[in-house]
Write a protein that binds this ligand. Structure first.
Ligand code: SF4
Length: 195
């Protein structure tokens, strides 16, 4: 497959990325799975999701790149500070999308390709907000795929089961974990908080 058809896929986690890889290939694109999620805490959870995303890339025969250039401490300072108690789906999350997608934009620019994100798979994430963050981060290099369309979320659940992928029960940061544990997230049964 030629270099021109590659696209960087910012992957929030393995389960969500699975349906995106399939969909992008159906569109004639070859995704490079990019794991850049400095939002995830604690470290063990970050590593577990990363390892599963890497394993998925191996199963599906996709290239995998981990972003080691951003720390959770930096994310807390630049994204979460002052927004620790914002509800999920609010301002902290918008800033979180922008942070991760700016990392993806930088990687895509270095590779000379466009980029997109698996964040739109999740029914808990508003695609329009993700698109705004992607365009702010990368302008025309951002490709706004709405992966929850065409039953994308359901497909991600099916593929994750097929591949035996770990599926987390909170979005990623310590604040979403806190809210999850407090039962404040109010998510519908069968859903997944991360996308
Ligand atoms: S809840 Fe999820 S999207 Fe929102 S700030 Fe935390 S990790 Fe980011």
């Amino acid at each position: 497959m030629g270099e021109a058809s590659k696209i960087l896929l910012h992957a929030c986690c393995g389960p969500c990325a699975s349906a995106c890889i399939e969909r992008l290939r159906a569109e004639g694109l070859e995704p490079v799975v990019f794991y850049s999620n400095a939002n995830i805490a604690p470290d063990g959870e970050y590593r577990h999701r990363r390892d599963e995303a890497r394993r998925l890339a191996g199963i599906m025969g996709a290239e995998f790149v981990e972003d080691t250039g951003a720390s959770h401490a930096e994310w807390r300072e630049k994204v979460a500070r002052g927004f620790e108690d914002a509800p999920e789906g609010g301002e902290r999350c918008r800033r979180c999308f922008e942070f991760n997608l700016a990392r993806a934009a930088g990687q895509a620019a270095r590779m000379g390709i466009g980029f997109t994100t698996s964040l739109t798979v999740s029914p808990h994430k508003r695609s329009a907000t993700v698109f705004e963050a992607g365009r702010a981060a990368g302008g025309g290099a951002f490709r706004p795929f709405d992966f929850k369309k065409r039953d994308g979320f359901r497909r991600s659940v099916t593929l994750a089961k097929e591949f035996g992928l770990y599926r987390q029960d909170y979005c990623g940061c310590e604040f979403s974990r806190r809210d999850r544990e407090a039962g404040a997230a109010g998510r519908p049964p069968g859903g997944t908080p991360n996308g």
